[in-house]
Design a protein around this ligand. Structure first.
Ligand code: GLU
Length: 493
């Protein structure tokens, strides 16, 4: 495909929803696949919804996820900057452009000034509801002569500009996911294009910008599908070539409802804080509403680019399945380097007061062993503190039943005594020493296999399952091993 240009155009309302990240991802994959350009535009024409820091948050979330773009809004040295030949890329900086295009539409007779007050509009809507009609603008100002309207504006009357839809006309467009779509203008409203505060509505701004920025494919959530006929009509009214539309199925929860903030984590930041790896979240999101032909589930960005096509995007909503995300995240965790896992784990351990900065700095080998030991059993990095509590705790609880099964016997006592005796005489107890330690206890006691390992494991961890005993020995260290063995002996005597 030639000269593909796509855009992700979020509104800065506070955070990046994971559905938004998926939209950005599909745009990115499509652009890369076609050697096209991907643009980040900020749609901030609804000033009532503006949230401080939201643009930075959006960009940081995209950066974290590894979704890069070629033009638009970036952060450099902590500052918001714009790059590209089609700017400004922040809509609130383009007000004069919209004004010009609104004027053009009015002159051409495709839009009109409307002076209706909120009270009047409310009243009309109320009456329409009572008589069972779909509420919409009743066209009261549609036929005010332009000269008269201009005079009223000069006299200081407040106004908006509305789209003047022709009556009973079919609007047609093609959507790559949904095929051909036709809507009659009798089912549409004379949409406000320019608000009384001088800002355009989304509908006008999106069309003007997509056209001026040379956007070829509009890839966005299906919640915008009902607005698309208005946009298509605007392209026709201006005499511009229409882009191709791609409306993506909504990301749904297991009850097939829209994933919303009220039910828990929905922002990219939430997932980041929970300890999901960016490549895992991105890999998983790619599969919410799309699958490659070979049905492969684990893919890096390169592989996704290779396999991506809109033909395989489903029409029905994509279900967000946290279990599957956890499974994928676990996979990426297990395939991460020890160093990366250590660096990711440190803030969580510090946050839970299990270690401090100094400890983190001085105990690299120990922390490496910790993350290597735990990585098999976690699906997010944030689980590390909880899973390592049995190592950090001074005391552990051993359930009565477990104690009776594994420790309430003479053998256990012999093992515990041997452990204490052996380890007390060692001046160093690193990973090397831990590796040969149990062999020494075996020689010393003559007890081996399960009969040796199970009592030791239960005594040291309070559990019959868990990671490699060698790692546990090393991670606990001399003092804790002695302490835990002693506690068992005390209980037995
Ligand atoms: N500003 C819209 C949003 O935040 C973008 C819609 C579009 O991509 O056209 O969802």
């Amino acid at each position: 495909m030639n000269n593909v240009r796509v855009r992700f155009a979020p509104s800065p309302t506070g955070y990046l929803h994971i559905g938004g990240l998926r939209t950005a991802l599909y745009n990115y994959l499509f652009a890369k696949k076609n050697n096209g350009k991907f643009i980040l535009r900020i749609e901030d024409t609804d000033q009532t919804r503006f949230v401080e820091g939201a643009i930075e948050n959006l960009i940081n979330s995209l950066n974290w996820a590894g979704i890069t773009y070629d033009e638009g809004v970036f952060i450099e040295n902590g500052q918001i900057v714009e790059k590209g030949d089609f700017g400004p890329y922040i809509q609130s900086k383009r007000l004069d452009i919209y004004k010009k295009y609104v004027d053009e539409l009015i002159e051409k007779g495709h839009a009109y000034y409307c002076f209706c007050t909120k009270e009047r509009l409310d009243k009309v809507r109320e009456e329409q509801k009572i008589s069972g009609q779909i509420p919409r603008y009743d066209g009261f100002c549609r036929n005010i002569p332009l000269e008269e309207a201009k005079k009223r504006i000069e006299n200081g009357e407040e106004y908006v500009v509305r789209l003047k839809l022709p009556h009973n006309r079919d609007i047609e467009f093609y959507d790559m996911v949904r095929g051909n779509i036709t809507i009659n203008t009798s089912d549409m409203d004379d949409q406000v294009l320019l608000k009384s505060d001088g800002y355009p509505t989304y509908h006008l701004a999106v069309v003007v910008d997509d056209h001026l920025m040379g956007i070829t494919h509009i890839v966005r959530g299906e919640e915008w599908l009902p607005s698309t006929p208005k946009h298509v009509y605007l392209y026709e009214a201006y005499g511009w070539e229409k882009p191709t539309y791609v409306h993506l199925p909504t990301v749904l929860n297991k009850d097939r409802k829209k994933l919303s903030k009220r039910q828990g984590d929905v922002s990219v930041e939430d997932f980041r804080n929970k300890g999901y790896l960016p490549e895992a979240l991105v890999n998983y999101l790619a599969l919410v509403g799309w699958s490659p032909e070979d049905n492969e589930e684990l893919m890096n960005l390169e592989e996704m680019i290779e396999k991506f096509s809109f033909e395989r995007v489903s029409k029905t909503g994509g279900i967000f399945d946290i279990d599957k995300l956890n499974w994928i995240n676990g996979h990426y965790i297990r395939n991460s380097s020890t160093e990366r896992l250590r660096e990711l784990a440190i803030p969580y351990l510090i946050n839970e007061n299990l270690i401090d900065e100094k400890f983190a700095h001085e105990n690299t080998q120990w922390l490496d062993c910790l993350v290597e030991t735990l990585k098999e059993s976690i699906s997010t990095i944030s689980e590390i503190p909880q899973k390592s509590k049995f190592i950090f705790s001074e005391e552990i609880e051993i359930e009565e039943e477990l104690f009776n099964e594994f420790l309430n016997n003479e053998n256990a006592k012999i093992i515990m005594n041997a452990i204490i005796e052996e380890i007390t005489n060692m001046d160093k107890f690193d990973l090397e020493e831990a590796k040969t330690f149990m062999k020494k206890i075996q020689l010393k006691t003559g007890i081996k296999g399960k009969n040796l390992f199970m009592p030791t494991r239960v005594a040291l961890t309070g559990s019959e399952h868990g990671p490699e005993l060698v790692n546990i020995l090393y991670l606990l260290g001399k003092d804790k091993i002695i302490k835990r063995a002693r506690k068992v002996i005390e209980k037995l005597s």
